[in-house]
Design a binder for this molecule. Structure first.
Ligand code: HEM
Length: 168
């Protein structure tokens, strides 16, 4: 028998506190990218959050250059919640060759995550990222906001990205 995903699969109750993330989100206006060592840039991004009934959210983030529309940064992975409390873990693979575990807490509709473990391919481009701080916030107007800061070999924790999305 062929395997298929049942579109009516019920959400695992462990994920109820994160149900507001589920679905597809499109940047409503270009996001702002910056860092002290690079030229500021604008980008668009689509986020997909889905589930298959497990206590796990599957995600894919695909970013594009706002003007040239060329694919840029991509991430995919899984989100888990610790049963019985508000601890959340993101298990992430990035197209740059970085793999990362971010952990943090859910407070209402705000998710604040920091690097818990990080590894990269042996020939990853320099400077290497040393730490990431990421905040997702569902705003009262129904838009989702993501802010990412990072520290590298030669810069302290500094903002790299800010973007808002609308449900798609
Ligand atoms: C540059 C990391 C997400 C676009 C960089 C640099 C690092 C980095 C380490 C080099 C900084 C330097 O040269 O000092 C990350 C990490 C991300 C992330 C860890 C996710 C957690 C994104 C996203 C975009 C993006 C979503 C959207 C398009 C760029 C661009 C540059 C850059 C355009 C400058 C050119 C380049 O070095 O490729 N990023 N980035 N990044 N990032 Fe990101």
């Amino acid at each position: 028998m062929a395997c298929s995903l049942n579109p009516t699969t019920e959400l695992n109750p462990a994920l109820l506190p994160l149900d507001w993330l589920l679905g597809t989100w499109e940047s409503d206006e270009p996001g702002q990218g910056c860092y002290p060592t690079i030229k500021p840039f604008r980008y668009t991004e689509t986020l997909h959050f889905s589930h298959v009934g497990q206590p796990v959210i599957n995600f894919m983030f695909n970013a594009f250059h706002a003007e040239s529309k060329k694919p840029l940064h991509r991430e995919s992975g899984f989100i888990r919640m610790q049963p019985g409390n508000n601890r959340v873990a993101f298990i992430i693979a990035q197209n740059s060759g970085l793999v990362e575990i971010e952990e943090g807490e859910l407070t209402g509709h705000q998710l604040k995550l920091q690097t818990h473990a990080l590894a990269r391919i042996s020939f990853a481009k320099k400077p290497h990222v040393q730490q990431i701080l990421r905040i997702f916030q569902l705003r009262p107007d129904g838009r989702l906001e993501q802010t990412v800061s990072m520290a590298t070999d030669n810069q302290p924790l500094t903002q790299h990205l800010h973007i808002t999305y609308r449900p798609s």
